[in-house]
Structures are given as C-alpha cells and as structure tokens.
Design a protein around this ligand. Structure first.
Ligand code: SAM
Ligand code: CA
Length: 220
C-alpha cells in the first residue's frame, strides 16, 4: 500500500487497462491508425480519453472547446460524451491531421457535433470572445503548442461559465518539468504555466498524474 501516487510498471498499467478500459471500436481503430504516424505520441492515452468522456457526462457539458486536435482522439472522446444537441469547437492548424480526425468523427456518427476551426487557436478564441461567447462554455481542453498555454488558459477562462472546467494536458511533460537540466522552451513554458495556476484564486485546482499529467481547473 502507498499514500503517494503509485508508480505504474508496464504490468500494472496493462492491468489497469484490462479491468477498466471500455474503449469503443472506433477509438481503437483511430489509435491503431495514429500509431503508424511518427507523431503518434502526441495522442492522449486511452484511459485519459475515457476519463474525459466521463467528466463531460458528469458535468452535463453542452458547449465545449478543444485546442489541439491532431488525429481527433480527444475530440472524439469529448463528442461521444456530449448530448445530441451538444457542440465542440475544435481548433487546430494542420489540415492533414484533422482530415484523419474528420473521417473518424463521421464514422462515429458525431461529426455534426464538431465545428473544426483551422486557424491559430488564439485567433479562434479571440473571435469567439468578440462574437459575444464569453461565459458560455462548460468545458475546455488545452493540448496544443506548450509555449502558448498561458494565453490559451486566459482566453478559455473568459469563455467559460462559472463552474466550467478547463483540462490541460502534458503538465508533467515526461518528467522533464522536475529535471533541472531540462531548459528547453517547451519545458520552461510548462513550468511557467504550472506556477501560473498554483495560486490563481479564480479557479479550484487539481493536478492528476494520469498519462503525461492532466490539470483540472474549475472556474469559480
Ligand atoms: N489532443 C490531441 C489528441 O488527442 O490526439 C493531440 C493534440 S497534439 C499534442 C497538438 C496539436 O496542436 C497538433 O495537432 C497541432 O497541429 C496543433 N497546434 C499547434 N499549434 C497550434 C496553434 N497555434 N493553434 C491551433 N492548433 C495548434
Ligand atoms: Ca497532449
């Protein structure tokens, strides 16, 4: 037994999945296709995706935003948890990767819930705010370029209603955040981001060591 977060050996991780994973076939296929791409490790972990679907249902999310789509695994997890009249605005800049995402959204029958915006996400978020969407979103997932995390967070916070949830991916960054020798831009950006949230009185905060580290921030 331990009163610290348990370290997951490969065997223990396989066990966790074997007794809890309910990954739908369409997500399994998307994961298999993405595994053949050199950028495959950008995809979220399956247990994280299941957790995100769970949260979307738990909170009764109707209006969501995602920043960083790639081949669509996390967006599909969110869309599967939305009600039929729910909406996900999905932000990315890469038409090749998101065309894979669109194919799987159609296969899963939820393409109608997702509005893909191919533009730098800061522009999309600013456009939404300019269009009067402040305070109207229930949920945001941040998973694009790490150097812009603070901007994505600040803009998402404006878009969120009180009680809404922001999820932020890769906050433990393969352990590099705790390695003083790691001083590359992305690692420094994630450290800055984590400190930015530590004392932010506008949110309730929880950092979960699932996959590569996931921060949950609930707007007060
Ligand atoms: N959430 C995805 C999943 O579950 O597979 C993984 C997202 S991947 C880590 C990051 C994505 O952010 C890439 O698809 C990349 O094209 C996108 N991206 C990078 N810079 C961006 C920007 N300025 N605006 C919007 N998207 C951006
Ligand atoms: Ca990620």
């Amino acid at each position: 037994m331990t009163n610290k977060t348990i370290r997951l050996s490969d065997a223990l991780y396989d066990y966790l999945l074997s007794v809890s994973s309910r990954e739908p076939e369409v997500l399994r296929h998307l994961r298999a296709e993405t595994a053949s791409y050199p950028e495959a490790t950008m995809q979220i972990a399956p247990e994280q995706g299941q957790f995100m679907t769970f949260l979307v249902r738990l909170l009764g999310v109707k209006k969501a935003i995602e920043i960083g789509v790639f081949t669509g695994y996390s967006s599909l997890c969110v869309a599967l948890g939305l009600p039929p009249d729910g909406q996900l605005i999905a932000c990315d800049v890469n038409p090749q990767w998101t065309s894979v995402a669109e194919r799987y959204w159609r296969q899963a029958g939820i393409a109608g819930k997702i509005d893909l915006r191919l533009a730098p996400a800061v522009e999309t978020l600013q456009q939404l705010l300019a269009g009067g969407a402040a305070g109207t979103f229930d949920y945001a997932f941040i998973d694009a370029d790490k150097e812009s995390y603070i901007d994505y967070y600040e803009l998402s916070l404006l878009l969120l209603r009180p009680g809404g949830l922001i999820l932020v991916d890769n906050v433990l960054w393969g352990g590099r955040v705790a390695d003083p020798g790691a001083q590359d831009q992305a690692t420094e950006a994630i450290r800055r981001f984590n400190l930015h949230l530590k004392e932010d009185a506008r949110v309730d905060l929880s950092m979960i060591p699932v996959a590569d580290g996931l921060t949950l921030a609930r707007k007060r």
